[in-house]
Ligand binder design. Sequence first.
Ligand code: GLU
Length: 281
Amino acid sequence: MSNTRFRFAPSPNGYLHLGHALSALVTWDAAHKLGGTAHLRIEDIDLNRCKPEFTQAIFEDLAWLGLSWPEPVMVQSERLESYAEAANVLRDADLLYPCFCTRSEIAEASTGTDPDGAPLYPGTCRHMSNAERIERLERGDQVQFRLDTEAALERTGMLTFSAVGPTILDRPQIRYARPERWGDVVLQRKDTPTSYHLSVVVDDAAQGITQVTRGRDLEAATNIHVLLQMLLGLPAVTYHFHRLLKDESGEKLSKSRGSKSLRDLRAEGWSPEDVRRAVGF
Ligand code: GLU
């Protein structure tokens, strides 16, 4: 039995669309071709946007597509303690610091953008005195915790990761990770004691994932994940970045842009085979 493990990790903040179907099919197809297993993970740390009915719909839509996965399914909202533990490892290593800045303060002081196009954090709270940190925390000021990325990279030195492509059967290539492009990323948000970056690396390790298949839109974020894996002593993962589906205006399909859901298509009479064909399987 192969120990190659893949995962599909959707966020239940809306219904799955064709872009998700492509990502899921890439993952299950890769597991099939490499003799591994495909696991499901529900990434629902964003409690304001995620809803149980969307989680239920994920199970139904994937089963309708003919996909199955080992139980139990990992659910991120049930794992906040594991993320807090990981954050504490970084805190104890002096790599996590409290930041009290608001979005607009950051936008005003920022002099660049991160790979997602958001204002790069200017480092305002990085060197705040301990006395001021304690005072503001005791006052109950809204706080998020950021990674001191430069200090982290001084500890790890140059980092690399391995990526396979254009197809899953190609040979892995070694790439340099460039996490510094993200500046000091938030690892514990104001509304939850974790973040996408922290949860995803903790959970890939907890699920024993060896191969991450994800869209090219997450290629840049992978650089931060590689750094976090090294800092937390988690195993390295091989990545495969798949193509993205675009709508008529050339934009990536997305819930917010009103892309049709798999349920809409199903109601219009689409079969699972139609979906497979539409996304190139
Ligand atoms: N949950 C993330 C999303 O739905 C993707 C997970 C990942 O591949 O890291 O976009």
